[in-house]
Write a protein that binds this ligand. Structure first.
Ligand code: SF4
Length: 79
């Protein structure tokens, strides 16, 4: 289980999430931020501060959003 950044971050990149993450597990990409699934400690702070509701808890994601689990993982784990 982890937290995941989804499509509403794209080209917004507010960055409040990265500022509050206690373990620095949020990374900036070209068009959005990404959460490292192996570093996230599931505190939920990022979800509570995102102004565009881009952060989702993996277990609560709608079917149509689940592709972002791989988007976050692939950006950080496979690079
Ligand atoms: S849930 Fe907590 S540890 Fe995980 S990315 Fe968000 S702020 Fe960081």
């Amino acid at each position: 289980m982890t937290y995941v950044i989804t499509e509403t971050c794209i080209d917004i990149k507010d960055g409040a999430c990265a500022s509050v993450c206690p373990v620095d597990s949020i990374y900036e990409g070209g068009r959005m931020f990404y959460i490292h699934p192996d570093e996230c400690i599931n505190c939920g702070l990022c979800l509570s501060v995102c102004p565009v509701d881009a952060v989702a808890r993996e277990g609560d994601m709608a079917e149509g959003q689940k592709g972002y689990i791989e988007v976050n993982r692939d950006f950080l784990v496979l690079r």
